[in-house]
Design a protein around this ligand. Structure first.
Ligand code: ADP
Ligand code: MG
Length: 718
């Protein structure tokens, strides 16, 4: 009987040494790991290119020929081995930067090799970096490949290649493995799901993913395995959310009372938009439903999330609870504190306090004491508020703003430590025993998260969307301009300044190039001062002391200065309605979401606003596309979707820091949105139709989920 949990060393052709490589290099311990080590690419093995046909723009190609000479050149980090490779029609350089010690031994001159890789041009010469390389005969004895025309390619490391475990050797081992499997592999999904979604049976999919018999079967095999992968993730997330709702009782905020009503009737600075009203209703509904709220509030820059946060806070306060509002940076926390205490200035019975890393000594102690005594109603701060020693009398609502800067680890800390602790307190206060009542959690983000990604990253959160901007805002006009036309930009700036408007000029600042970036900013600042002698210029960057920073910022905010030269410290939160122009220098170095955030700093007044993206002249194809998206669209969701497609989820701002709690083997969230939607629907259907998790037809499914559960920390995802 084939046992998928058999250790890999027992596979014929593996042995102790290769088993060691497979385990250490690519994490394959068992037969099952090997079966799910999918190829990253397939090549039509009938197609071999001639070097004469090759140019640097081609995708991966396959070549057959000989290495005519090999030499090691360069020193230190640029040390590399170059093999001149020829097939009689031309030459191409094979280049290795790693594993140099054995490359020379592993590959011989005057031997026929099959090369696979992506050709590029360097110093006018064709080359392939770290090619897949194997003898021409290597695949001749894999029966699985003989029939079909597709050759699978597996990722291997240089150490593996050194141990004679190149891609073709891996293919051969997988062939050996299939020969041990005499019965069809058992289905991993309930049959009714396979039928309903017209999926290829699991056994057939696994065979075809390695050795496809045609392009069409390959496509269906991929779809099936992607579905599998996404289905189990969704099932895990949905079940986690459901359990939490069922088990986790919630604080019940029954009343809308004095503070809310006073504010709403007497101090609301403007009528709420319909979207704001709707999400406040949704949140209010959650907070009195008897389970813990976990809600994600999405709203584009400037959609008015702060006001929503405040109104929800007042509901918590009216029910006798405290509120904490967390922001990712000190500047943003300070701004929230200013805005909120300003809005509440007519209601002196409410007390808000700011707690950041810079609040120290006596002041800090006083705040901490007042939190315990319950004198502080709203605590606003950075992650200083989740540090040890911060204790609430009765925390009822936690609001996390601009959540993409808040990594999984920080959120986990919030859940594990503070809120649990506070939750226990709430328990004793409520006089209920046995049930832990966690505070409600509202996560607010202005970084629009594409739907597919949100389903995966925050799939257990309920989502509210503010899909409407406050009235009277004109869409921002976005222009792309090259650096060499700075004079034109100055001209346009002058026109706006004459109308009495203010202007932001933003420079990138990245850790690796910090010194140069600051010099650029400084130079830009000097140039602007010379170009606009009649106007005043502020500048703000992270190297200034907080007091200096504040002084420069408030000079701009009050209109004393007309131009603000800054790094991305102004990215979130800053609000100067008279500023109508945003100039972003080296725009090519920013992520799309970041550009969108920055652009959101203007267009807050009634005037026509502009955003100028300044780039160097030579841009890569992708960068050009990204800039074009910004020019064409002001819709944050559209931009985020496009960004996801262009860059893939790994690079997407926000996911990088929050991190995926799992690796996807085959599915791609950027491209497989449709399959993800089906998988989620199927998972929900399963949960609804078999709530006791006991139906025999779903047995394998629940078992598999339990097995996976031990590998994934679901708590970290939410
Ligand atoms: P964000 O959602 O980006 O956090 P803010 O809460 O900072 O947005 O609001 C952006 C601006 O819009 C602020 O100046 C705020 O006072 C204003 N604003 C919020 N709600 C409304 C509304 N209903 N009508 C008019 N202006 C509003
Ligand atoms: Mg905000």
């Amino acid at each position: 009987m084939f046992n998928p949990q058999t250790e890999i060393k027992f596979l014929s052709g593996v042995g102790p040494q290769r088993a060691d490589l497979l385990e250490k290099e690519i994490g394959i311990h068992t037969f099952s790991d090997m079966l799910t080590y999918y190829p990253y690419r397939y090549v039509d093995r009938s197609k071999v290119y001639r070097i004469a046909e090759i140019d640097g723009n081609m995708p991966y190609v396959q070549l057959v020929g000989q290495i005519v000479s090999m030499e090691a050149i360069g020193e230190g980090r640029s040390r590399r081995i170059i093999g001149r490779f020829s097939d009689g029609t031309g030459f191409i350089d094979l280049v290795w930067f790693q594993g140099l010690r054995f490359i020379g031994k592993a590959y011989k001159v005057r031997t026929r090799y099959l090369i696979f890789g992506k050709p590029t041009v360097f110093n006018g010469k064709l080359q392939i970096n770290h090619p897949d390389i194997e003898t021409v005969e290597a695949n001749a004895d894999i029966p699985e490949i003989q029939g079909g025309s597709f050759r699978p390619h597996y990722h291997t490391t240089e150490r593996m290649k050194k141990g004679f475990l190149a891609s073709s050797a891996v293919a051969k081992l997988i062939g050996n493995l299939f020969r041990l499997i005499t019965e069809p592999l058992p289905e991993t999904l309930p049959q009714w799901i396979v039928d309903e979604y017209h999926l290829m049976p699991y056994d057939e999919a696994i065979r075809n993913i390695h050795f496809p018999s045609s392009a069409d079967t390959l496509r269906r095999a991929q779809a099936r395995l992607k579905f599998d992968e996404l289905f189990y993730i969704q099932l895990g997330i949905l079940r986690y959310a459901q359990n939490r709702k069922q088990k986790q009782g919630g604080l019940i905020f029954k009343t809308v009372g004095h503070s809310f009503n006073t504010f709403y009737h007497d101090f609301l600075p403007f009528p709420l938009t319909d979207a704001q009203k709707r999400v406040i209703r949704e949140i209010r509904q959650d907070m009195r439903a008897g389970f813990q709220m976990n809600r994600l509030l999405q709203g584009d820059v400037g959609s008015g999330k702060t006001l929503v946060a405040l109104l929800c806070s007042l509901i918590a306060i009216d029910n006798g609870y405290q509120v904490v509002i967390m922001a990712p940076t000190e500047i943003l926390a300070e701004q929230h504190q200013e805005t909120i205490s300003g809005l509440l200035s007519g209601m002196p019975w409410l007390r808000t306090e700011l707690l950041t890393g810079s609040v120290k000594g006596k002041k800090r102690k006083e705040i901490l004491d007042s939190l315990i005594s319950g004198n502080v109603n709203i605590l606003i701060g950075t992650h200083a508020v989740i540090e040890d020693g911060v204790q609430f009398r009765n925390l009822g609502l936690a609001i996390i703003d601009e959540q993409h800067r808040f990594g999984v680890a920080q959120r986990a800390k919030l859940w594990d430590k503070r809120i649990d602790a506070a939750g226990e307190q709430a328990t004793s206060q409520n006089g209920e025993s046995g049930k832990i009542l966690l505070p409600h959690v509202l996560v607010m983000t202005a970084t629009p998260i594409p739907r597919t990604l949100a389903m995966t990253l925050y799939g257990d959160l309920d989502v509210s969307v503010i899909d409407q901007l406050p009235p009277g805002r004109k869409p921002i006009h976005t222009i792309h301009q090259f650096l060499k036309h700075m004079d034109r930009i100055h001209e346009a700036m002058r026109t706006e300044l004459r109308k009495g408007r203010q202007i932001y000029v933003v420079y990138p600042l990245i850790e690796d190039t910090e010194k140069m970036d600051l010099e650029n900013l400084e130079e830009g600042y000097q140039q602007l001062r010379e170009a606009f002698p009649d106007y005043r210029v502020s500048r703000v960057h992270g190297k200034l002391k907080p007091a200096e920073k504040d002084a420069e910022m408030s000079a701009f905010a009050s209109g004393e200065t007309q131009i603000l030269v800054a790094t991305t410290v102004i990215e979130v939160g800053v609000n100067v309605p008279n500023a109508s122009v945003m100039i972003i220098m080296n725009a090519e170095r920013f992520g799309l979401s970041q550009l969108h955030q920055l652009r959101g700093r203007v267009g807050r007044g009634a005037e026509q606003s502009y955003c100028v993206l300044v780039t160097k002249y030579e841009l890569s194809e992708t960068t050009r596309k990204r800039i074009q998206i910004m020019v064409d669209s002001t819709d944050g969701f559209e931009i985020a979707e496009a960004d996801l497609k262009l860059r893939g989820p790994g690079d997407l701002e926000g996911t990088q820091q929050s991190g995926m709690a799992f690796d996807l083997k085959i599915a791609n969230i950027a491209r497989d949105g449709q399959i993800l939607t089906y998988a989620r629907t199927a998972a929900q259907h399963l949960l609804d139709s078999d709530p006791a998790e006991s139906s025999p037809e779903n047995k394998t499914c629940w078992q598999r989920l339990a097995q996976m559960h031990s590998d994934i920390n679901w708590g970290a995802i939410s």
